[in-house]
Design a protein around this ligand. Structure first.
Ligand SMILES: Nc1nc2c(c(=O)[nH]1)N[C@H]1C(S)=C(S)[C@@H](COP(=O)(O)O)O[C@H]1N2
Ligand SMILES: [Mo]
Length: 530
């Protein structure tokens, strides 16, 4: 490597100076966020910048990268997202620190731009108000102060180098390595304390948890039908017919759990309606609620996957609210939006027909768990969750499919997504070893709104043979099944299953990926007889 002829003696000292400056930048950015978290804890959750930043980061992440993250990190994709975001911020902040070292004014400008970007993320979130920008503004001011203090203590100044436009250090306090690291250490401690304090204060101010714990849901005006006996497949190891709240799958885009105060919650039904309707939580609980067992399924469920569950839901039929609002004749869609900006587009007629599309407040006899949408969510039989099951719902706009789009439809998923008929093999598990003799096969099938009238099983690609169906609770709930094979020789075998619904007949064997409107095909499971 050749030394620069112009600055022969500066080069070796300059590099560590830049590293100090980069570190100063990173610490300053951390301070911006920590101070804003602390200040934000005195506001609503929407004012805390980390979550707003994370959501914006998701929105700007290209689809291929998102799919890569989900495939690579699975349900840790949110952790991976935060790591990626932290890395991005650190790199940008290091650049800002170096700029500040070179020319103080440029460094300040860089931090101000970062602050402005965070403010933009915060105030553009659904439900945010301009006031929510205050914590970030305060945090940015503190961050600039920290940057100034650290840049002044950058020890490379020992070389006598002026460091461009950085604030001059008084001669008697020549910056030292120790001075820099003391200041840096104090910054880390103060920042950590601020962030932790912010979380603690936010948690202490959170009255939603205690309100939910004390909440007694009213009895249903129209209770669930008594469940018939024999819903559970007799095969050991098949999923429980009723999914407990703890075992119910969770899918959403929320980085932090939305915290909604049920006492101030309000749902607005507006758009192409004759009368705008608003309903609060107390009014909702006072309405004639119905109770139904419904199976909810996710469009991202692969063949054999477990993104499906059946619960007893308590709620108000959405059609009752729509009847009060009186939609315009040419409206064909309802765009429901959650407090954190997720949205789903649901065909209007589905919410008006006689199916039990619910605005749900209860799940298996409890208020909705926070992760499943407390205080209020939608549950619509027959449609995948992404076009219907909005959790933490706050807004319903009656509109048209050609006028508005929703969160996932903007990202390559279908506008209309009725649930596809599906049989799932649960026992034997993939690659299970089973003892010689007849083998018990069992699983679950669903075809919400149409019902399951048959399940067939094929062993080693042989003829399709009928399985024994367990009892059916309704066409909107899944139905279990069982099958006993003949004696199987020892070695590898496969079992396939397919369901029949009374409307569309035998489930298609054509394989389709989950994108854009749900997986199809016959699941095949390999197992070994010993
Ligand atoms: N607010 C909000 N609601 C949402 C989602 C979301 O990301 N945010 N995801 C939807 C999807 S894709 C599914 S499958 C269901 C899952 O509901 P669950 O987590 O209660 O099982 O919620 C739906 N409602
Ligand atoms: Mo989903």
């Amino acid at each position: 490597m050749t030394a620069s002829p112009k600055y022969p003696s500066r080069r070796p000292r300059n590099l560590p100076a830049l590293l100090y400056a980069a570190l100063a930048g990173i610490l300053a950015a951390g301070t911006v966020l920590a101070a804003a978290e602390l200040a934000g804890s005195f506001f609503t959750a929407r004012a805390r910048p980390l979550i707003a930043l994370g959501s914006a980061f998701i929105d700007f992440t290209p689809l291929w990268l998102k799919n890569f993250a989900v495939e690579t990190f699975g349900t840790n994709d949110k952790a991976a997202l935060f790591a990626g975001m932290a890395l991005t911020i650190a790199v940008l902040a290091a650049c800002a620190g170096i700029l500040a070292h070179r020319r103080w004014g440029l460094g300040v400008a860089a931090v101000l731009i970062m602050g402005a970007v965070i403010v933009a993320c915060v105030v553009t979130r659904a439900g945010a108000s301009p006031v929510d920008a205050i914590p970030t503004v305060l945090g940015t001011a503190v961050g600039i102060g920290v940057l100034r203090g650290l840049i002044r203590r950058t020890p490379a100044a020992e070389s006598g180098e002026s460091g461009g436009g950085r604030p001059p250090a008084p001669l008697r306090n020549r910056p030292t390595r120790r001075g820099f690291f003391t200041a840096a250490g104090l910054t880390v401690i103060a920042g950590t304390a601020a962030a932790a304090g912010g979380r603690a204060i936010a948690a202490a101010r959170n009255t939603t948890a205690s309100f939910r714990a004390a909440l007694k849901l009213p009895a249903a005006a129209d209770p669930a039908r008594a469940l018939p006996a024999g819903l559970q497949s007799p095969v050991a190891g098949v999923t429980p017919w009723l999914t407990s709240n703890a075992d119910f799958y969770r899918i959403d885009t929320a980085l932090s759990l939305p915290e909604i105060d049920a006492e101030t919650w309000e749902l607005r039904i507006h758009g192409m309606v004759e009368e705008e309707v608003r309903i609060n939580f107390a009014e909702l609980l006072d309405s004639p609620l119905v109770e139904r067992h419904l199976t909810l399924t996710c469009v991202s469920n692969p063949l054999g996957g477990d993104l499906a569950g059946t619960a007893k839901w308590l709620g108000l039929p959405v059609r009752e609210l729509l009847a009060r609002a009186r939609p315009a004749a040419d409206a064909d869609m309802v765009l429901s939006t959650s407090v954190d900006g997720f949205s789903a587009s649901t065909p209007l007629e589905v919410l008006q027909d006689d199916r039990d599309a619910l605005l749900a407040v209860g799940m298996n006899g409890e208020p909705l768990p926070p992760v499943h949408g407390y205080p209020v969510r939608m549950v619509v039989p027959g449609l995948y969750g992404f076009v219907s099951a909005t959790k933490w719902i706050v807004d319903m706009e009656v509109t048209r499919f050609d006028a508005q789009t929703a969160y996932w439809t903007d990202r390559g998923w279908a506008q209309k997504a009725p649930v596809k008929t599906m049989a799932r093999v649960e026992v034997p598990a993939s690659f299970a070893r089973v003892p010689a003799g007849p083998v018990d096969v069992g699983g679950t099938a669903w075809s919400q709104q149409r019902g399951i009238t048959g399940v067939e099983v094929s062993i080693d690609n042989g003829d399709w043979q009928p399985a024994v169906l367990a009892a059916e609770a309704s066409v909107d709930t899944w139905r279990q099944w069982s099958f006993r094979t003949d004696d199987l020789s020892s070695g590898n075998h496969t079992v396939r299953a397919r369901a029949t619904d009374p409307q569309d007949g035998v489930q298609t064997g054509a394989r389709a990926d989950t994108v854009p409107d749900g997986a199809s095909g016959w699941q095949s499971v390999q197992f070994m007889v010993e």
